[in-house]
Every structure is written in C-alpha cells, then in structure tokens.
Design a protein. Structure first.
Length: 206
C-alpha cells in the first residue's frame, strides 16, 4: 500500500486512514449534512435522505462512512497552512439498500495530530460558529473565488505558531452544488448580515 509523507520529501500515491480512530463529529452530521433546516446543508440532507439517512440515523451514517468510505485509499488533496489534505472517493450504500454516486470525503492531516474531522484540538474559542454562513473578504484567485462570495464554515482550525486561526469553507453554486472547499485564515471571512441580499454572478475561472 502506498503512502505520502510530504514532510520527509517522499511522495507516493496513496494512503489508508486508521478507520476506527478517525473522528467524525456527530454535530456536523446532525446540524449540517442531515439538517433539512440548514439553508445550505439541506441539499445534502435531501440527497442522503434518498439513501435512508436522517438526523435520527446519524449513527448509521457514521458507521457506513467508516466501513464503506474511510476503508478506501485516500488521495493527496491540496496542502494548506493547517496541514496536508486528503480526499477519498467511493460509492455509498444507504440503509434502504439504495446506492449513491461515488461519495467524496475530505480529510484533514491525521499525521500532524488532527484526526479526520477533528476541529477543536486546541480548545480555542471560535470567532465564528461552525455551519454558519460567512462572506469572503478577499479574492482567492487559485480557487476561482472572489470577495463577496458566500460560504459555510465546516471546520475550525485553532491558531498555532506557524498559522493563524482559520476555517474550512464550503462554497456553493446557485444550484446548491459544491464548487470549492478551501482553507482560509479567519481574517478572510466575516459574518453575513440581515442587511445583505444574495445575488448571482458567474464564477471566476480558476
């Protein structure tokens, strides 16, 4: 089985995550991925409901992600100031027997002490809340994102010696499709307010 160790300068193709020690936060499933009430997460909740998942069966989704997705080889994703990212792509079969299209899972770098999905290792108080809408305050040309784009905070990174406090941001197209998941410093986002309205413009080419 191949592995990747960027810090040592050895780059190989794939890595396998420790399935049982990986952390999948229950609140992320209940309050975001499986929440029909979340303005952005409900699209995912509707999709997952077709497979038989709901907020009441969040534990089953955790078990299925471990068995069906985390057991697969992970591919190198983009590096960030908060650690190397990994991506896993694989099919997901729901409790009702229906199959999803290949399911995509983003994983933080567990080698640097952050298990998959663990966002509070430092115990630091967050400036912004998880799963809330925020607005980009600066352009991200490499991602094709511009200041003013709206996204949802899906991970929190505590400040450390080599990186400021930051967030993992999921950005959506107007049809609800995820177009980017990016790591940004806390200074690159702000709260959306009741005095602002959403509008549509073509996404910049990355």
């Amino acid at each position: 089985m191949a592995a990747t160790y960027p810090a040592r300068g050895i780059i190989l193709a794939k890595v396998r995550f420790p399935v049982q020690s990986a952390i999948i936060p229950p609140d992320k499933l209940r309050e975001y991925l499986l929440s029909m009430a979340h303005p952005d997460g409900r699209g995912k909740a509707e999709y997952l409901s077709r497979l038989g998942y709901s907020q009441d069966t969040a534990g089953q989704l955790v078990a299925d992600l471990r068995e069906q997705i985390l057991s697969l080889d992970a591919q190198l994703g983009r590096p960030s100031p908060y650690g190397q990212k990994y991506e896993i792509l694989g099919p997901l079969k729901g409790p009702n027997g229906k199959n999803a299209c290949p399911h995509h899972l983003d994983c933080p770098d567990w080698r640097n002490g952050t298990e998959a999905g663990d966002t509070h290792a430092g115990g630091e108080t967050m400036t912004l809340a998880l799963y809330q809408r925020v607005v980009l305050t600066q352009d991200l040309p490499k991602e094709g994102l511009r200041a003013g784009y709206v996204g949802v905070i899906v991970e929190h990174y505590a400040a450390r010696a080599d990186a400021p406090e930051g967030y993992e941001l999921e950005v959506f197209a107007a049809n609800g499709q995820t177009v980017a998941v990016v790591s940004v410093p806390a200074s690159a986002v702000r709260e959306a307010t009741e005095h602002e309205v959403l509008s549509v413009r073509e996404m910049a080419r990355a």
